[in-house]
Design a protein around this ligand. Structure first.
Ligand code: SF4
Ligand code: SF4
Length: 296
């Protein structure tokens, strides 16, 4: 999994594919998926299905006797119930609803039903660069992106097994919450992308502490390595002092944002440019790590 930058995941995936690795990609950033855009895979659906990992309350008007008890006695601790004075019925705010079941239990007239609802979509797409991409997207208000990530990874593993694909590269979500935990669980290797700033190093340390809890090997890439010398020294010292795998660095390349604006991985946009050259060196290291892992 690459934690830190979608465009780096996309470039490394393309470089590894060019080196002959039989791979597929998965986008676990289900709250803001965009790997499929860089892979030009958005409209190439092989399979797509909805998943129901969220519970929400539904109001059944025919059962309600309109005595306001659910409001007056504040059945809902999540502020998801209010009263429609005009229609004389409760209103459920489905985004605030946590599916806790309280209203279902407390209404003696069975006017609330708590049931699974669509919480996300998982798709198997085909990249223009010759490999499958598994992508997921949460439904607004579903609040269960961790569970969706777990479903997405399981589906990606099933497809990989079915198609005999030994390598899955994953674009990870930001932060250290449930989606990241669900993403890094059971992985062989994690790549953390750091920029040479104190804020980026601070975020990376939190992610690394999480990865260490799972005892997963990891390495670091420094992105935009030349934007701040002091920050660069800070990150390099951290890597050295902690004996962390250093996978390489990419200097700021003005062609990079242009490649993103054109919807292309930098490796495809400017194959012999400075960023692509560094990324190819990094991909060689990742290939070595992969070959070592499968030989163990
Ligand atoms: S939903 Fe239940 S508790 Fe609320 S007004 Fe209707 S019957 Fe009463
Ligand atoms: S299921 Fe729980 S959170 Fe949702 S409306 Fe009922 S009481 Fe509120």
């Amino acid at each position: 999994v690459v934690l830190g930058k979608t465009s780096i995941t996309a470039a490394i995936a393309c470089a590894l594919k060019e080196m002959g690795i039989n791979l597929m990609a998965a986008d676990c950033d289900v709250d803001a998926p965009n790997l499929e855009i860089l892979f030009k895979a958005k409209d190439t659906i092989i399979n797509s299905f909805t998943v129901q990992t969220t519970m929400k309350a539904r109001f059944v008007e025919s059962k309600c006797i309109h005595h306001r008890k659910c409001i007056d006695e504040n059945y809902c601790n999540f502020g998801a119930l209010s009263w429609d004075e005009e229609k004389n019925i409760p209103i459920i705010d489905s985004i605030a609803c946590e599916g806790c079941n309280a209203c279902q239990w407390l209404c003696s007239y069975n006017a609330f039903v708590v049931e699974p609802v669509d919480s996300g979509k998982i798709s198997n797409l085909k990249s223009e660069y010759g490999f499958d991409v598994i992508s997921g997207e949460t439904v607004l208000g579903a609040q269960t992106s961790g569970k969706l990530v777990s479903e997405l990874k399981q589906y990606a593993n099933d497809i990989a097994e079915e198609k005999n694909i030994p390598f899955i590269i994953i674009d990870g979500p930001p932060g250290i919450g449930c989606p990241v935990i669900a993403t890094v669980t059971d992985l062989n290797y994690v790549i953390v992308v750091i920029e040479p700033t104190s804020a980026s190093l601070h975020d990376a340390k939190r992610v690394i502490s999480l990865i260490n809890n799972f005892k997963i090997p990891f390495g670091i890439i420094i992105n935009k390595a030349d934007i701040w010398k002091d920050g660069y020294d800070l990150v390099v010292n951290y890597i050295k002092n902690n004996g962390i795998d250093y996978l390489g660095e990419i200097k700021f390349d003005p062609q990079w944002p242009i490649s993103i604006a054109n919807g292309l991985p930098i490796i495809k946009f400017e194959p012999d440019g400075p960023a692509s050259t560094e990324l190819k060196k990094i991909a060689i290291k990742i290939k070595e790590i992969y070959e070592k892992t499968i030989s163990e």
